[in-house]
Design a protein around this ligand. Sequence first.
Ligand code: SF4
Ligand code: SF4
Ligand code: SF4
Length: 316
Amino acid sequence: MLEYTEKIRETARKLLEEGKVEAFIGYTKGTVPMMNHPVVIRDPGKADILHWDSNCALNLCNYLTKMKGKIGIIANGCNSRNIVTHILENQVSRDQLYIVGIPCKGMVDHRAVKRAAGNREPEEVIEEGDTIVVKGRGFEETIKKKDVMQRNCLVCTHRNPVIYDEMVAPSVEEQKEVDQFKDVQMIEEMTSEKKWNFFTRAISKCIRCYACRNACPLCYCPTCFVDESRPQWVGKSSDPIDTMTFHILRAYHCAGRCTDCGACERVCPVGIPMRQFTKKLNKDALELFSWEAGLTLDQRPALDTYRPNDYNDFVR
Ligand code: SF4
Ligand code: SF4
Ligand code: SF4
């Protein structure tokens, strides 16, 4: 990933020096292994803090909402699709952006890396091609990257950016033979009672920290419905009904907009499989409306438009 990092730094430095952008959004290495975090730089002298590896899994599009001025940003497949969604939803304009495209090779699941290292605390994690070396107090483990990938990346079919001004490297091959919705089918086949038990069990661990909401670029309302007090749509307690209401409404707000970037799932401190709440809606949007979020600027999103031949059977 060194070549990506060097190219990102060089591009950001040049764009800022030439005044082509006022700010550049990318990632920097975290103080804890595998916790790279977003960073906004405005000084070309700071370009060397930019970094890229398989732990750049938070969604940078979050930082574009209502930003003013000309902005440089790096974007892999899923982040670029969120940029398209942001443009279509008037959160940022295309003219404001200089998009540096990243052909993505997938992100690693930090929890899976830790499990593969025997649940010992990693002090250093080094990525070398397709392997990951985890070092800690008294141990060193070499893990294959493909064994610890994030689940969304394993089924991703848009690894290359769909919109960019320049690329840091040639496109990567897309994964064509993946079964994107295998986990959804497994749930669809359950009885109603089993589905209810499946979701209530998953949600029962939720501590209502809202990290999933905060990490998601789709959640940019000035006041989220969970924070409204007049009227109060949902209680503040950890009562299962309040928690369920939060999850159902949040998922519906993402319908036809989710890019399966996995940021919500990655940040959940209690490991709730958040993508399973939105993935069924992605499947329905594809099957019923031939719609995948953020692939093009030339078409309004499925839920923005009405066509007489749209699927209508749900209207009673
Ligand atoms: S979902 Fe696709 S584009 Fe996004 S990080 Fe994973 S492999 Fe990359
Ligand atoms: S709901 Fe989750 S996977 Fe979908 S766009 Fe938001 S953060 Fe990404
Ligand atoms: S991040 Fe996890 S624990 Fe926090 S609100 Fe979301 S699902 Fe609940």
